[in-house]
Design a protein. Structure first.
Lengths: 716, 736
């Protein structure tokens, strides 16, 4: 890391080896830098690396620490451990399973448990709960799709584990805080019944979903002498970063762990807590300060330019109505913000064109690094993403996208692989509506073969997809004209693919993940095929597809491994394809190579960018009229605020809370983004949104006011 | 009316003097209520000292009116930053806003879908079919007349109609907030036998299950749920009251009970609420629970300032006299029960200062001319053709009672090559958007078909404002043998060759631009259908209304795709074709028919239903099919659309079903036949008002015709002779 530390940062890093430090400050003030230097300092001073634990709320936030651990200048030997509550509990539950099994009265304590991925949870809920819901008419006053219903049930279970209350009290908590008419009240009881059934099933079949894994770790193993000694004796130095994004049980764990540690550095970001909907709790995070001997605060930004800082002050004042005691550099603020010009702000498409032009100009004329630009919207729809990616591509700018939790079947690359899997496994029993149709073959070919166009893909499917099978191109002998139209180049590629499928069919079927893996490795990632990295002029554009395929392989592997344990007679491949078709499975994996961000412009939902905690020079904020900037996720069966530890028993959630939350969310997201911006934000605005509606979100109103203030300043 | 030219008349000034409290304005057709209400909105925006986040809320019934208001208020205010200080919404749009802000209060997830009418009908048809499957032995035979008891044909028709009846019954049940579980509970406790209630409760239950499973709500639900939200959270209601300190409501006579309740809640006890409407123009009573009495009784409330806008500058004096005569006739209606209901009432229309003059025989009521419906269409077509030739700079409309009648009229005009535009189930512009998208999707589904490519190109050129017939590029494109040589050239680039060989290569610039787009759209063919449509629309259209239409089509296709997972691009193209052919209806949230403006169709005949014509005006208006079937008067020989020929005792099965449900919901005894009679009276009243609406669409000339119908035994609608006779100077039976 080539950053120079400030005096204050140096002072913290150089604290005694037995110091317990609490470091607080706003985003962009260099706290994580201190964390990384402290890690380096500890090791340099002779602390064994294996005794250091770096604890973060999610893997992505550990990136700077991984970079440090991988630093080639560092001496070899054991490494510090980077963990999340999830990975730590997984490790300990796995290691001490026999102990836990005994406590859970399992008959065969030595038989290993199965850890359920989020897909498996959805799958099992679907199989287990769907019949009960239909039979008992549960949730009859809730209008919701099945995947959303199950994810909210899973969410409730996770909250109980992460916040630390019995899952059996979920309904009672929700009903107490969210009183509604009788028709609605019973849905919480229905939800309670469903999670109880699911929990009982998991325990009976030794299945550990995330909530059970965490709660067993916290409630059974951590209090037990042996596992606790294992952890506390091994890790004597703890660096916990982004505490405010972590959950109360993590904080509780630290509270009990810290007294026995040699040293600790707890890093706390003020006014963040973007993961509240996942159980993050800044109040319990801050309470850990009392366990530390020294508290430091960093307040000088290391990210924002003076102009951006001044913009932050102006916007914060507009949003809160308070005057801040902070530097506002009159006249400078305007340099940190640009709006879509009036001539290009009538329609959404014009605005998107403006974004692409501006990005291209930054990259090509001002030589800004591509990975220093992000394009953000509160929600990133397929069409918005497509419009951006294709426009950037035509201007020679590579981009990549992060959009977690989308259904897998929404990804063309996934659909292509599923189509190929169905073609390769003709014995699968597939429901008629999901059998392979000609257009599926066309879409598959477009994804699978590089440079292929819709017309030729259609020609190929027209004449070579016969009776549910692909026939070789080389066997077209009577129609030389057709051969010439398709071209030999594509014919040859097509035959490679068909040859591979034929050879596969002739052998013993592989498991689904191995099938995907081989297909990808042996064909699709080869030159001339769709997932070869030099597919297009801008190789990074293949990044998204490659990541998605890697995720598909991981997801199908974990699905297969666990399902084999639970239902050994089920054809997991067929079942997996069925679940993808039904939209039950979602893309929820971190990219395998997430530690290496590509050199490309990032297109992402604003929250996803915030949670990755990586400052950039330029940010584009799109669709500022959208209500999604301010509105919390509305979920009828769960509510993160009332299920938090800070929610007093018996208090009722009111409209005032709702509005307070909205204002707070907007303030946090706006200030969070600005603190991660070095030079400038570009505000993308169009009078009509892509649906032809005129909208007016709160953020737009703020920018309206800001614009007026800026105009006044310039006029002065 | 442009804001600069608006000089309020004294009565209009009374409305403009409003500064707070409740006001009810009873406005006759053509009294300038839109302009007055817009001027009032603009005044409040300027003078009401709105705080940050506060807005004047203007509520309209249909989307066409929303667009008009939007424009009109903007005209009064001028451009500027004031756009965020007022908000114009349709009642459905408003309900959607309310529910979308707090969906979890009523058990909705934030990605809830609004199913369109077509999909709702599909769910319902499934539910009805399931009911018939499960009840083979009980087909509600007891409601069949003796002669139809054992007729297979009648049973088949009954099965087909059951879905329509169910739709009507469920819509109204929702409007009355009768929930299926409460009905079910009441049914099990009921002492009276209520076979129709049993049948439709069961269908209602399974329809609701179907909606829930899709995560969807229908249009009626939106209204009901909005009220539920407001009742569930007084705090949220307080927030909304704070946000909208003034509510201006247009077409208040057509608000249903629930809609009125929503606005009443939003306004609050002592709130600021201006309702403008005309009870004489209430024409939604039979579709919804709207009732002109609601507005009349509002006008009588003690804290309401009632104002009348009786002057109308729209029509020539003789047309006004005809409309007034209809009011008088209805006040003395020969049928006592109808007379009691007062279908039409004062105020009478008073001419303003600059009405168009009566010229020649400008009102013709051809009540003595007996014609078949074909003959009526032919005669009107001839008359229109002649008139258009003499009046190329004027507007004319043909008003028909139903979409089906309209479509037939449209076909004839098409055959006779008479320039015309149809504003029917889907408007022409909706269909134009659908047609363009259809051609492009059709090509993407058949990307090797030159003919499809040509159609897609022509559609794109049209959107770009270029005529296609004479376009060289189109002709060249027709000669293209292999599409891929244009869309994805490899060894041979057809376009490059074409340009190279041409003396005027610039002629092919449009092809170049089109190719770039088509290439992008081909890549987008991998996206889900709704996203593909949005992507294409973004680059194709230029008007907000077009985007909005494209969006509602995209939503429709998304639910269509979810319901039919076996379908692919080619099937979506077929479905788009259905929209183009007018077989699918888009309504409700009203992304349809934004601002139909008759003045845009000078020199063309506009074919339109009476309902859609409301709020519009033309120089000449033909009111067609004014017979005792479409405009009955409660005579024993009148026939009614909603009464099924196979039902005994002239029972109206949907009215009886609804009455049985009401008996359950409000716990009162059910008496057979009463509801059917009530329905007949309601229908007669509403049709009278519809006739009034039709008459008042005409500015200079009015022609009323009728036909003898399918059975050739229909008569002229009862009021026609009275109107004709009373026409001073009018020609009671001149030929047109």
């Amino acid at each position: 890391m080539s950053v120079r530390l400030t005096k204050k940062q140096e002072e913290i890093v150089a604290s005694p080896l037995d110091a317990k430090l609490f470091l607080r400050g706003r985003a962009g003030t260099g706290k994580t830098t201190v964390g990384v230097w402290r890690l380096r300092q500890l090791i340099a001073a002779g602390v064994p690396a294996h005794s250091i634990l770096v604890l973060v709320p999610q893997k992505r936030l550990a990136l700077p620490y991984y970079n440090e651990i991988r630093n080639p200048r560092r001496k070899g030997g054991a490494e510090a451990t980077v963990a999340t509550l999830g990975s730590l509990s997984h490790q300990i539950v796995n290691l001490f399973w026999p102990l836990l099994a005994k406590q859970l009265n399992q008959h065969e304590p030595l038989r290993r448990p199965a850890f359920l991925s989020s897909e498996l949870i959805q799958y099992l809920m679907f199989k287990l709960l769907e019949p009960q819901i239909a039979q008992n008419d549960y949730f009859n006053s809730v209008t919701i799709t099945r995947p959303r219903l199950f994810s909210q049930l899973a969410d409730n279970l996770n909250k109980s584990a992460l916040v630390g209350f019995p899952h059996t009290t979920l309904a009672q908590r929700l009903k107490a805080a969210l009183p509604s008419d009788q028709e609605q009240a019973h849905i919480y009881d229905d939800a309670q019944t469903c999670v109880n059934v699911f929990r009982a099933y998991c325990l009976e079949h030794r299945l550990l979903d995330f909530s059970l894994q965490v709660s067993q770790f916290i409630q059974q193993l951590w209090p037990h002498d042996v596992p606790r000694a294992y952890l506390t004796r091994r890790y004597k130095h703890i660096i916990a970063d982004n505490l405010e994004e972590d959950t109360p049980v993590t904080h509780q764990l630290l509270r009990e762990w810290l007294p026995g540690c040699h040293s600790a550095l707890l890093i706390y970001d003020e006014a963040a807590s973007y993961r509240r909907f996942l159980g993050a709790d800044e109040v319990s995070a801050e309470s850990l300060q009392e366990l530390c001997t020294t508290t430091y605060e960093l307040d000088a930004t290391r990210v924002m330019s003076p102009a951006v800082e001044s913009l932050l002050v102006e916007i914060s004042e507009l949003m809160t109505g308070e005057t801040l005691d902070a530097p506002k550099r009159k006249g400078e603020t305007a340099a940190a913000i640009s709006f879509t010009p009036a001539s290009r702000s009538r329609f959404h498409t014009q605005m998107v064109d403006w974004v692409a032009d501006t990005v291209a100009a930054l990259v090509q004329e001002e030589k800004v690094k591509q990975n220093q630009i992000v394009i953000l919207a509160p929600l990133m729809s397929d069409s918005l993403r497509f419009s951006l990616v294709s426009r950037l591509e035509s201007r020679g700018v590579p981009s990549y996208t992060l959009r977690p939790s989308r259904p897998l079947h929404a990804e063309p690359a996934v659909r292509a692989l599923i189509t190929l899997a169905k073609l390769a496994h003709s014995h699968w029993q597939i429901e008629p509506q999901h059998q392979v149709k000609k257009f599926d073959v066309v879409q598959m070919l477009l994804s699978a073969m590089a440079d292929l166009d819709l017309a030729r893909a259609t020609l190929l499917a027209d004449i070579r997809f016969v009776g549910g099978k692909l026939l070789p191109f080389r066997e077209i002998s009577k129609n030389p004209e057709m051969r010439a139209r398709i071209t030999e180049v594509f014919g040859e590629r097509f035959d490679k693919l068909v040859g591979w499928l034929d050879a596969y069919r002739a052998g013993t079927p592989e498991t689904i993940d191995i099938f995907f893996s081989r297909l990808f490795g042996e064909v699709l990632s080869q030159k001339g095929f769709g997932f070869h990295f030099s597919k297009r002029a801008n190789p990074q554009n293949a990044f998204d597809e490659a990541r998605i395929v890697a995720n598909l392989i991981d997801s199908s592997r974990s699905f297969r491994q666990t399902l084999d344990q639970i239902e050994p007679d089920t054809d997991t491949g067929q079942e997996y394809a069925r679940m993808v078709d039904a939209g039950i499975l979602a893309d929820q994996y971190e990219p395998r190579d997430w530690k290496k961000s590509p050199d490309a412009v990032l297109i992402a939902p604003a929250y996803t960018f915030l949670l990755s905690n990586q400052p950039v020079e330029y940010q584009f904020w799109l669709n500022i009229d959208s209500q999604a900037w301010t509105r919390r996720l509305q979920q009828p069966l769960t509510q993160p605020y009332v299920l938090s530890r800070q929610w007093p028993a018996g208090r009722i959630w009111t409209e005032n809370d709702e509005q307070q939350t909205s204002r707070e969310m907007l303030l946090r997201v706006v200030t969070g983004l600005l603190k991660r911006c070095r030079k400038k934000i570009f505000v993308g605005y169009s009078k009509f949104d892509e649906r032809g509606n005129e909208r007016e979100g709160d953020l737009r109103i703020i920018f309206d006011l800001l614009l007026r203030t800026l105009n006044q300043e310039t006029n002065m | 009316m442009a804001s600069a030219n608006f000089h309020p008349r004294p009565n209009q000034s009374k409305v403009l003097a409003y500064s707070g409290g409740k006001m009810g304005v009873s406005a006759v057709p053509g009294s300038g209520k839109t302009t007055t209400l817009s001027a009032l909105a603009a005044k409040l925006v300027r003078e009401a000292n709105l705080q940050r986040g506060q807005q004047i809320l203007i509520v309209t019934l249909v989307n066409s009116a929303r667009g008009k208001f939007e424009q009109s208020v903007r005209n009064f205010l001028g451009e500027g930053n004031l756009g965020t200080l007022y908000r114009v919404r349709t009642l459905h749009g408003l309900a959607n806003d309310i529910v979308s802000e707090r969906p979890s209060l009523v058990g909705l997830s934030d990605d809830f879908q609004i199913v369109d009418e077509f999909e709702a009908k599909a769910i319902l048809t499934e539910a009805v079919a399931a009911w018939f499957n499960a009840h083979r032995d009980f087909g509600v035979e007891e409601y069949f007349s003796a002669e139809h008891q054992n007729k297979e044909q009648s049973r088949r028709v009954w099965r087909e109609r059951a879905a329509d009846i169910a739709l009507e019954v469920i819509q109204k049940a929702k409007d009355f907030r009768w929930r299926p579980d409460a009905l079910r509970a009441a049914l099990s406790a009921a002492t009276q036998s209520l076979p129709l209630a049993e049948m439709f409760t069961e269908i209602y239950e399974s329809y609701e299950r179907g909606l829930r499973y899709r995560g969807g709500v229908d249009f009626q639900d939106l209204i009901r749920l909005a009220l539920d939200v407001l009742e569930a959270s007084p705090d949220y209601l307080a927030t909304l009251r704070q946000r909208w300190p003034y509510i201006l409501e247009d077409e208040a006579q057509d608000s249903s009970k629930l809609q009125e309740a929503i606005l009443r809640k939003l306004a609050g006890e002592s709130g600021n609420w201006v309702r403008v409407g005309d009870p004489n123009q209430a024409i939604y009573e039979t579709f919804t629970t709207a009732n002109p009495e609601f507005l009349r009784s509002f006008l009588r409330e003690p804290d309401v300032t009632a104002v009348e806008l009786p002057e109308s500058g729209r029509s020539a004096p003789r047309i006004i006299a005809t409309a007034n005569r209809l009011i008088e006739w209805s006040l003395k209606h020969p049928n006592a029960k109808l007379r009691q209901r007062r279908p039409l009432s004062a105020p009478f229309i008073q001419p303003a200062e600059n009405n168009p003059p009566d010229e020649g025989a400008n009102v013709k009521i051809l009540w003595q001319d007996q014609r078949s419906s074909e003959k009526e269409r032919e005669d009107v077509a001839k008359s229109v053709r002649a008139w258009l030739a003499d009046n190329p700079d004027k507007t004319v409309a043909l008003l028909l009672p139903t979409n089906a009648n309209g479509a037939k009229m449209g076909e004839l005009l098409q055959q006779l090559k008479i320039p015309h535009v149809e504003v029917l189930r889907t408007t022409t512009s909706t269909r134009e958007v659908a047609r363009t998208l259809h051609h492009i999707i059709d090509f993407l589904a058949h990307p090797t078909d030159t003919a499809m490519l040509v159609k897609a190109f022509s559609a794109w050129l049209r959107e770009d404002g270029e005529a296609t017939k004479t376009n060289d590029a189109v002709n060249q494109l027709r000669k293209l043998k292999y599409v891929e040589q244009f869309t994805a050239p490899r060894d041979k680039d057809w376009l490059l060759d074409l340009r190279g060989n041409s003396s005027a290569p610039e002629k092919f610039e449009r092809l170049e631009a089109f190719r770039a787009l088509i290439q992008r759209w081909q890549d987008a063919a991998l996206l889900p259908i709704d996203q593909l449509l949005l992507t294409i629309s973004g680059e194709l259209f230029k008007e907000p209304a077009e985007f909005a239409t494209a969006y509602s089509i995209a939503l429709h296709l998304r639910s269509y795709a979810e319901d039919n997972p076996e379908h692919r691009l080619a099937d979506y193209a077929v479905e788009l074709g259905q929209i183009v052919r007018n077989n699918r209806k888009f309504a409700g949230l009203g992304e349809e028919d934004d601002q139909f403006d008759p003045t845009g169709f000078v020199g063309q005949a506009v074919v339109i239903t009476h309902h859609k014509a409301k709020g519009l005006e033309w120089d000449r208006v033909y009111l067609m099919s004014v017979n005792n079937y479409d405009f009955p008067s409660g005579d024993p020989f009148d026939k009614y659309q909603s009464e099924n020929y196979f039902a005994r005792d002239r029972l109206n099965l949907s009215a009886e079903a609804l009455a049985q449900l009401r008996a359950l919901a409000v716990n009162e005894p059910y008496r057979e036949g009463e509801a059917s009679e009530q329905a007949r009276l309601e229908y007669c009243s509403e049709r009278l008002r519809l006739l009034y609406v039709g008459i008042t669409r005409a500015k200079r000339e009015l022609i009323i015709t009728w036909n003898t119908g399918k059975s050739l035994d229909l008569q002229a609608a009862k009021p026609l002779p009275a109107l004709a006779v009373a026409l001073e100077g009018g020609e009671a039976n001149a030929s047109s």
